[in-house]
Structures are given as C-alpha cells and as structure tokens.
Design a protein around this ligand. Sequence first.
Ligand code: FAD
Length: 482
Amino acid sequence: MSGSQRSQILAALASVFGDSASQLGSAELENELKPAFVARPKKVEQVQSLVRALRPLVLSGDCKLAIRNSGNRGSYFPGSVSADVQEEVTIDTRRIKGIKLSDDRSTVKIGAGERWSSVYAKLQEYGLVVAGSPDGNAGVAGFLLSGGLSILSGETGFACDSVVEFQVVLASGEVVRANTEEHADLWRSLKGGLNNFGIVTSFKMKVFKSGPIWGGTAYYSPEAFMELLHWACVFAEDDSDEHANVSCCIDYRSGEKDAWCEMYHTQGKEYPPSLMPFMETQPQMEEDCTVHISTQLKLSKYWSSAIESACTNPRHLSASITIKGCMVSVLEDVYEEWEKTLEELKHIIGLSFTLGFIPLTKSMLKKSAEAGGNAMAIPPSDGPLFLAMVHTVWEGPTHDSRVFEEIENLMAVCRRLVGGKGHLHRFIYGSYAHHEDDVIAGYGRESVSRLRETSKKYDPEGVFQKGSPGGFKILYHYPVLP
Ligand SMILES: Cc1cc2nc3c(=O)[nH]c(=O)nc-3n(C[C@H](O)[C@H](O)[C@H](O)COP(=O)(O)OP(=O)(O)OC[C@H]3O[C@@H](n4cnc5c(N)ncnc54)[C@H](O)[C@@H]3O)c2cc1C
C-alpha cells in the first residue's frame, strides 16, 4: 500500500471512528492475511458512514472492503472474509448486537453480530425457538446469508427462509429494509446471497413455539457406516416426519475412525419411528450417546463444545457436492473415495478428517418455496438431495498444499463418479463449499440472472462485486449451470 493510499484510508476511517485499526483473532489461515485496518462498528450509522467514506476509494481501486462476522466457523482459507495485506479494510460486524422480540412474539430482530446461543437463551425465556445454527457459537450474519441448515429445516426450509426482513447498508450508504413489501427482490436475493448486496446489520426472523427438543449424537463403530447410509436414504425418501432431522458422519481423529449421527426431533418426541433405525444400528457405543430430551440452547452449547474440541487446530478446509436422489451406492462411492484420501492424509499431524451426509428432503425444499423462495432456488421436485460434505482440520502450514491438493482431487473424483451416474446436482452449499467452487453458478441460470439484476439495481457501480474480496461473487461468475 502506498503512503498516499494509507493516509486516504486513515482519513476515511478517522471520519467515522477517530481511531480504528486493530488485529482480529480468528482461524489461523485468515490471520495470516493481516488486513491493514479492521473497523468494528457498533451501530448502523457507523456502517453507513464507513461505506460512504470508503466508497470513493473502493471505486478508484485504492481500497478493498471485506466483510466479516464471527469468521470462525466456515470461511477459513486465505482471502475468504478478510482483506489481504495489499487490500486494506475489513468491516467486522461482530459488535452490532441486539435481540428484540416483537410485541406479538411472532418475530425476533437480531443484530448481525450476535451468536446463536445468545438468541436461543433470550427466546427460551418465552418458550420460543428460531431456525438458527445447531452450533451456538456460530455467527448470525454469515449463517443466514449462506442459507443456513438448522435443526428446524424440515419445518421451515433453509434458515434464511425464516427471515422476514433484512436491514442492509447498500453501496450508496443508504440503509434499507428488505421484506415482502419493500425491496422484495433484494429480500429474496439476500437469502443465500452472501456478501453480494451490502452489509446486513440486522435480521427479523419468524419464531416458533417449542417445548423440549429430543436430540444429540449417537456414536458407532466405523463398520456401521454403510448401514447408516442405507437408513439415511430411507429417511430422505420416506420424508414423513418434518420435525425429525438427521445427518450421518464418519471421521478420523487421533488415529481412530468413528461414525456418528446427529439427530433431533423438534417436537420432543423421544425415539420417533423416523429416527429409530439410527438409534438401533449396531455396533454402537451406547455409553457415549448424548441423545436426550433437552432445549435448543443446551443442544447448541453442547454442539459448540464438541466442535471446539474436534477443531483444536485452527487450519480448516471444507468442500462439498450435492447428490440427487437416494441411491445408497452413490453415497458409498463417495465414502470409498474419502477412505482413499484418508490413506493419503493419515500421516499429517493433528489431522481430523470428516465426511458428512446431510439430507435435504422434498418437504424441506417445499417449505423454502412456500416462504417466498431464496437465491439457491432449488425446486422441490429436485429433492430429495444429499449434501456430501468433507471437513479437514490440520496443524501448521507445512501440509497446506498437500491438504489442498488431496481435497481438490477427492472432490473432482466424486463429482466425476456421481455425475457419471447422473446424480450430481448443481447446488453447492456456500457454508461447506471449497473456495474455488462456483457456488453462485450452482444456484442455476434463472436465479443467477435475478441476482445480477438485483446487484445492478442496488449496487450499480459494483462496489461489493469489484471492491469486496472473499465469498462468492455474482457478476463475474461464468458459466452458469442450467
Ligand atoms: C464445524 C462446523 C460446523 C458447522 N455447522 C453448520 C451447520 O450445522 N449448519 C450450517 O448451515 N452451517 C454450519 N457451519 C457453517 C457456518 O455456520 C458458516 O460458516 C457461517 O457463515 C458462520 O457465520 P459467521 O457469521 O461467522 O460468518 P463469517 O464466517 O464471518 O462470514 C461468512 C460470509 O458471510 C459474509 N458476511 C458476514 N457478515 C456479513 C454481514 N453482516 N453482511 C454481509 N455479509 C456478511 C462474509 O463476507 C462471508 O462471505 C459449520 C461450520 C463448521 C466449521
């Protein structure tokens, strides 16, 4: 950065804060980028002033403007959320707080920087739940702008489908509310639209009455995994219980493999028929099973601590594909390829390597459509689908290139195998995507052209397209899949 760029940026930041530069703590790969300035606004007006002050510099190419929230749960590769050394300013929305229940207790307004556990704690006082992250420590903004898969997905669609209003600071610095009545195009585009349209400062979401929730994790010997995949296919095909939610995973950690299923019944029905096969599959480590009657808050805290103990090393990489239909043999193909990659990576210090299958049922996709649709635009008739997600954690930079290479290779092989059998779906879930994936193109041609129109209308100069590094961008995505 030249001296003149630096002083222009400092002047712009000083006009809002006086003094603003500091360093962030987050995933190690992100930290290595060390943005020159981190602005941590607390109020919408400060975000507005920041955008107004920095916009001319972004447009002249003198400054990049990155947006981040908690940044510790998904986007952990270089350049994903922070600006890099050359690029200058990161706007960190973590201090934008506030959780306010509407007088009629039908919606809650949540500041972008809240964590889900705080939201659950507040709603629990009123016997309410919301479609937030199973992980209480995850940030609200990134989760909802990526789509969001919650334990309520069977009832509500993606988490973003419960958002009735976004408050957004646009590229012009104007603050708008996007809902079904005002800026409905922006409202729909933001549901899965990531950081493409502005800086979201709050979300108004529908809330739901809830009693206790039955859920937790059951653990198995790895040889049970094939049977679990069979039951996962039966569950997704059957699609008879919208209150039930399950994902099936296998992981390698500390030299050992374990299979596990995370399952929930949001109406608190213990051992519901839809989830019984997962409870009965053997060999199971029954003494480790955590499935019990609980609350959204307690389950989310438990899940956060499980994630934290599993992810002690800060270098993370996710990648995923979406599989169409419920063919066990297709899921098994992906599992076999994961096993082969594991053999290549096993020697890496601190390796934790997970493969997860997450069903997106037809009824879940129907709920998204009924809620007004979203940027991901998956027609219910495409369901049921499975997200096949790979998550890798390792230690130190020595093995970075080996991990990146192996994971890229694994995903390419899986795409070829699944695609060869006619089961590859265009969708790639943003929160589990590899940074080189074409997430936006995976939303499909019609949706991409709608998103482009929205971007042109609300950000005609392309501030958030050209000037905001990280995430997955709309205007420069080509080709678009059908
Ligand atoms: C172990 C693990 C488990 C997970 N489990 C789940 C799960 O069960 N379900 C699920 O759906 N996801 C899950 N995730 C993904 C996680 O929820 C996402 O990574 C989420 O984006 C984190 O939210 P954040 O607010 O910290 O966003 P960040 O990581 O800070 O940002 C994510 C993206 O959103 C943009 N962004 C952030 N804040 C704003 C804002 N205010 N305005 C505009 N753009 C913004 C950023 O620029 C970036 O592109 C998991 C991830 C991990 C590692």
